[in-house]
Ligand binder design. Structure first.
Ligand SMILES: [Zn+2]
Length: 400
């Protein structure tokens, strides 16, 4: 594969395929073999170029990858151990980790909560732009609005512009791997002296197999565990993956974000311009959580006959199921909303049975690298509190 400045072009080998699977096992299909990353320097360490490229090409690559400049033996080893891939050429000195932590900032509640834990951390914001050779059939995705909100936070901010999501034909434009959101941050790591990159992935994503992944306890999560294949690859390039809110649920990140100095800039919906659209599936899910956190009735224009409501009205499991249960147990009058019929799928929906979702899972703090752990632990102890052994057991038996 070849980088020309920050333009990446890659050629598949005969054994590669244009359909592949991301690390979360989600099937993806390749649309085009080039993309550009803007707002980054052209002279980063070769390992950073290699890892940035790998976040885009990993789903299609079967046996080997040849970079246009020599990488370190450490990164080659991490690619071999993690994916069984022969990577080269090898010949660079490893990149020493920098001293700073940046936040990969999306503006969503989880990301804002992560940012609040490190008030001095700079932000790197990924902004989608159109691909010159792929028609954009998703104009409702308002990346411009999110970028403007990020600029209003007052933080040191670098906005990376990229069309890399258009390398994906199916299911829709998006990150080939979740880690592709960090492609720009990787290329900025030398300039910003970065040794860590903080993401807003919370308890569900890191430990409960949440989102579109498996619905069970996942201590060895291949995407986000430090000892997982991506964690080891990023560390080999001197940029540790850090999950400041990896031990707390979306109810906690919602509360922290809406209590924070950045509350005016919180935005989880990609559609609205002046505020969340209130009509998409994500807005419905977040409204359930927010209503539970604020102890108020559900406030949504969405009715049960709408397609976006359908996935929450069928039988579980759902993505983010722990939060559905949390909301069902706590929102006043939930039985009179579109969620009413869902109550019958669960037999233990009480505040007590969902209270473990209000505290921090201790192992999540333990896996934060030492230089950034103390600040996160102090914040969590002061603002959240730790799980009891019984609550820890709820995490570790999830889905069992
Ligand atoms: Zn919305």
């Amino acid at each position: 594969m070849t980088w020309t400045g920050a333009n990446l072009a890659f050629r598949l080998d005969p054994e590669d395929e244009i359909t592949g699977h991301a690390s979360d096992e989600h099937p993806v299909k390749l649309a085009i073999n080039s993309c550009t990353i803007g707002g980054v320097p052209g002279d980063a360490h070769p390992d950073l170029f290699a890892v940035a490229a790998w976040t885009v090409v990993a789903p299609w690559t079967r046996r080997r990858v040849t970079f246009d400049r020599a990488i370190s033996a450490d990164v080659a080893q991490a690619l071999h151990d993690g994916w069984g891939i022969e990577a080269g050429p090898v010949g660079a000195e490893p990149r020493p980790a920098g001293s700073r932590l940046a936040i990969s900032y999306s503006g969503g509640a989880d990301s804002v909560a992560a940012a609040t834990i490190y008030p001095n951390a700079p932000f790197v914001h990924f902004r989608r732009v159109a691909h010159p050779r792929v028609p954009n059939r998703w104009p409702h995705y308002r990346s411009d609005v999110l970028a403007k909100l990020a600029a209003k936070t007052g933080r040191e901010l670098t906005t990376v512009t990229s069309d890399l999501e258009f390398t994906l034909a199916e299911p829709r434009p998006g990150y080939p791997e979740h880690h592709a959101v960090a492609a720009g941050a990787l290329l900025l790591a030398d300039r910003l002296d970065l040794g860590g990159l903080g993401f807003g992935y919370e308890l569900g994503s890191r430990w409960l197999g949440g989102g579109r992944y498996l619905w069970r306890y996942t201590p060895d999560n291949p995407m986000w565990a430090p000892h997982g294949r991506w964690g080891r690859l990023f560390a080999a390039a001197g940029l540790h993956i850090v999950l400041p809110v990896g031990g707390v649920s979306e109810a906690v990140t919602m509360r922290l974000a809406l209590d924070s100095a950045l509350k005016e800039q919180v935005r989880w919906c990609l559609r609205g311009t002046d505020g969340p659209c209130r009509n998409c599936g994500k807005c419905l899910y977040k409204e359930l959580i927010q209503a539970a956190v604020e102890r108020r009735p559900l406030n949504t224009p969405i009715t049960a006959d709408r397609p976006v409501a359908r996935k929450y009205l069928k039988k579980p499991p759902y993505g983010g199921q722990e939060m559905i249960q949390y909301g069902l147990a706590r929102v006043p009058g939930i039985e009179n909303t579109l969620f009413g019929p869902v109550l019958g799928y669960f037999d233990d929906l009480t505040e007590e049975s969902t209270s473990w979702l209000e505290y921090c899972y201790p192992r999540a703090l333990e896996e934060i690298p030492a230089q950034w752990r103390g600040e996160a632990a102090a914040y969590v102890e002061a603002n959240v509190g730790m799980m009891t052994p019984d609550e820890v057991r709820r995490v570790e038996t999830w889905g069992a």
